[in-house]
Design a protein around this ligand. Structure first.
Ligand SMILES: NC(=O)c1ccc[n+]([C@@H]2O[C@H](COP(=O)([O-])OP(=O)(O)OC[C@H]3O[C@@H](n4cnc5c(N)ncnc54)[C@H](O)[C@@H]3O)[C@@H](O)[C@H]2O)c1
Length: 353
């Protein structure tokens, strides 16, 4: 068992272990205040593990309600969000009760946002069930729903009271969903360097506990320094500015992880062609993306990607913070003029190394 303590606006513990879902009640008991837990999950997670979680509250004196959404990004919407709030109100959930967000990033973000806003905020426990949610979305307090106008457009920074990460739940993940999480792990490897970067040259499943632990610690350290994402936490966006543009251009038919892998590849090429990183770094990152079988082909033109980035960021100003790679373990936030994006991306794409 491993534990990580996050000291942000809320201090909380992340427990990483195998086979602990059935012990949820006793694990979260120290932070439980009321007599009701309200579980937000999706249909797949519920069919696999819903009863294990519910059973952990048997004979505890805690009443467990459950709200089940259809699985997938489509459910991270305002209708489900309002419907959850209405249901919580109808069931008499009070300010001292607790919402448990149980699933991947979708139930995590949606449930987290409901917890952040119901009666101006109630306790929140995150129980991630995907690799992506374990290493990324369950930690750090970003909660959100998508609007028709774009992804994650309504949300709140709202830290959980505890995170229970049961790695045995990953055994049932479809390969494609597990691979999505691997792209995020590779991001952490590039950001932090060795030992993680070397460790992930071997299959992640072999060392999952220590890899998840390392990734969460990297995120924890950045969140503690910059909880509201105005400075150094932006390093976690490595590959993501391009990834979000690719997701948008694909009409969200490309998964987040696949887009992150393409984004990591393109920012590595940009870093190299702008003279920011040496060729060996470019080769090492390509190698690792190949080990995991990521397709790094660009499906869109430089102009389309640049325009999609600009559309995504047009609410701020004429500059964008791009995260570029200087070395394995050394990335930097580079203020970039939006007008230069197209030519930077084109130059990177023209490089055939
Ligand atoms: N809040 C943050 O900081 C943050 C960070 C990264 C991503 N996100 C968000 O996370 C979301 C993506 O997360 P995701 O990839 O976990 O998506 P997801 O929640 O949709 O899960 C992916 C699929 O895996 C299934 N699944 C989940 N756990 C399973 C298990 N143990 N066994 C079998 N199937 C299982 C789900 O039912 C779903 O079909 C996006 O909405 C993204 O915006 C948020």
């Amino acid at each position: 068992m491993k534990r990580i303590v996050v000291k942000s606006s809320k201090k909380y513990t992340i427990i990483i272990d195998k086979g602990i879902l059935s012990e949820t009640y006793e694990r979260i008991q120290p932070v439980l205040k009321g007599s009701i837990v309200y579980i937000v999950t999706d249909d797949i997670v519920d069919s696999l593990y819903g009863s294990v979680l519910a059973d952990s509250f048997k004979n505890s004196g805690i009443h467990a309600y459950k709200y089940v959404i259809p699985n997938g990004e489509i459910s991270k919407n305002s209708d489900n969000y309002i419907s959850i709030l209405n249901d919580m109100a109808n069931k008499g959930i009070s300010r001292s009760d607790t919402l448990i967000a149980f699933g991947g990033g979708v139930p995590g973000d949606l449930g987290g946002f409901a917890a952040a806003t119901y009666q101006r905020g109630i306790s929140l426990i995150q129980i991630p069930t995907t690799l992506l949610a374990a290493v990324d979305s369950s930690v750090g307090g970003k909660t959100a729903i998508d609007l028709k106008e774009g992804k994650n457009l309504a949300g709140a920074f709202y830290q959980p009271d505890m995170v229970i990460c049961d790695l045995s739940l990953m055994n049932t993940l479809p390969d494609i969903v597990f691979k999505d999480g691997c792209a995020e792990v590779i991001k952490y490897g590039i950001l932090s360097g060795n030992p993680l970067f070397e460790q992930i040259r071997k299959p992640i499943k072999k060392n999952i506990e220590s890899i998840v632990y390392r990734c969460i610690k990297i995120k924890r350290d950045l969140v503690q320094k910059d909880e509201k994402d105005t400075g150094i936490r932006q390093l976690l966006n490595l590959g993501h500015t391009v990834a979000h543009a690719i997701e948008l251009l694909s009409g969200y038919t490309i998964s987040h992880g696949a887009a992150v892998a393409k984004g990591l590849h393109l920012v590595t090429k940009i870093s190299y062609t702008q003279g920011i990183c040496p060729k060996e770094v470019f080769t090492q990152i390509n190698d690792i993306l190949n080990i995991y079988g990521f397709n790094t082909d660009s499906l869109y033109s430089a102009k389309d990607i640049a325009n999609a980035i600009i559309m995504d960021k047009k609410r701020s100003n004429e500059y964008i913070n791009l995260i570029l790679i200087e070395d394995i373990g050394k990335c930097a936030i580079k203020k970039t003029n939006m007008a230069d994006l197209d030519s930077m991306i084109q130059k990177a794409m023209d490089y055939r190394g």
